[in-house]
Design a protein around this ligand. Structure first.
Ligand SMILES: [Zn+2]
Length: 171
């Protein structure tokens, strides 16, 4: 430690995830992205309990279908990380890997991480994912979806707003 935390205190217990992710997002964004947030949004966490066999494909599609704004805000999808011990180097490495591919990563039973060019952009991505997760849970509580956005409609929204959709998440 070189500075601060006097007379007592310590950095966040998720320091490995913060520092390793900063390294990755700095590189992938050509020094344009500098913000990384980790937080515990209720609905995103609840979704990891409520839906069986989640993975990056199924979670991304579920949230894209839960609100039309999602594919515009996170067209590269949302990474799903199965449970890893909080504060561990393993979680830090897995999160940094996720941040090299996308701007959001969900930690099963724990929370979410988001990155962006600044705190507004990182927080905005998390907020939209949380809103979609809440809508998804309300739909499930109301008996399940009777209608949903189709893949064709999601593609059309992404094209309309010129968003680089990760097609590998379909199918
Ligand atoms: Zn946490």
């Amino acid at each position: 430690m070189l500075w601060g935390y006097e007379p007592v205190g310590a950095p966040t217990s998720e320091l490995p995830s913060h520092l390793l992710s900063h390294c990755r997002i700095k590189g992938k964004s050509n020094n344009q992205s500098f913000a990384f947030i980790h937080t515990h949004p209720n609905s995103v966490i609840a979704l990891t309990y409520a839906v069986a066999n989640l993975d990056t494909k199924s979670l991304s599609k579920l949230l894209w279908q839960s609100h039309a704004e999602c594919v515009v805000v996170f067209p590269q999808g949302i990474e799903f990380l199965p449970w890893v011990m909080a504060g561990s180097m393993d979680l830090g490495r897995a999160t940094a890997d996720a941040m090299s591919r996308r701007n959001l990563a969900v930690w099963e039973f724990h929370g979410i991480c988001g990155c962006g060019r600044n705190l507004d952009e990182a927080y905005g991505r998390i907020d939209v994912a949380e809103k979609a997760a809440e809508i998804c849970l309300r739909v499930m509580a109301a008996g399940g979806a009777k209608n949903t956005l189709s893949e064709q409609q999601i593609r059309a929204i992404a094209a309309n707003f010129n968003c680089p959709l990760d097609e590998s998440l379909f199918g």
